[in-house]
Every structure is written in C-alpha cells, then in structure tokens.
Design a protein around this ligand. Structure first.
Ligand SMILES: [Ca+2]
Ligand SMILES: [Ca+2]
Length: 83
C-alpha cells in the first residue's frame, strides 16, 4: 500500500476493552521481517477488504464493505495519498 514493495496487512476486528466493544480497521506496514505499529483506517469493522487501484492512479487503494442483517450496508473507499 505504501509502494515500498513489501506487502502490508489490513485487519478489521472487533474486541472487548474493559466493558466496551471496540471496532477497528487497521493497516500494519510491513517493515521487512516484522510489522510496524497499526495505523487506524476506520473505527468500524468491515467484512470485506479489497486492495485495488480503484482510481487508476498507480497506487493501491483499499475498498471496505459491510452488510447488516437488517438490509443495510456500507461501502468505504480509502484513497492512497502520498505521505
Ligand atoms: Ca508496504
Ligand atoms: Ca490508487
């Protein structure tokens, strides 16, 4: 995702912190043998994560999607911008 040639990881998860439910979608940059600290992309959980150059700009963006049991859903496109 950051164009350094090392495949990064995007994780979407739900966990309990004390009595609160926390939702995160995070990017873990590959440092070459280990992963760096997570960078939060969204404070929601998503079921599908798709890396794709959706705008044709030559860098990898992320498309996140989620549906709900009551017929709703969400689609989020995160554009990869320099820096
Ligand atoms: Ca990378
Ligand atoms: Ca792009």
């Amino acid at each position: 995702m950051n164009g350094d040639g090392l495949m990064d990881v995007v994780v979407s998860r739900v966990h309990r912190e004390n009595s609160a439910i926390r939702k995160h979608t995070e990017w873990y940059p590959n440092l070459g043998g280990t992963f760096g600290a997570p960078i939060e992309l969204a404070n929601r959980d998503y079921l599908a994560i798709r890396p794709v150059d959706i705008d044709g700009g030559g860098d990898t963006d992320v498309v996140l999607s989620k549906s709900t049991s009551y017929g709703g859903g969400s689609l989020l496109w995160m554009e990869n911008v320099p820096g």
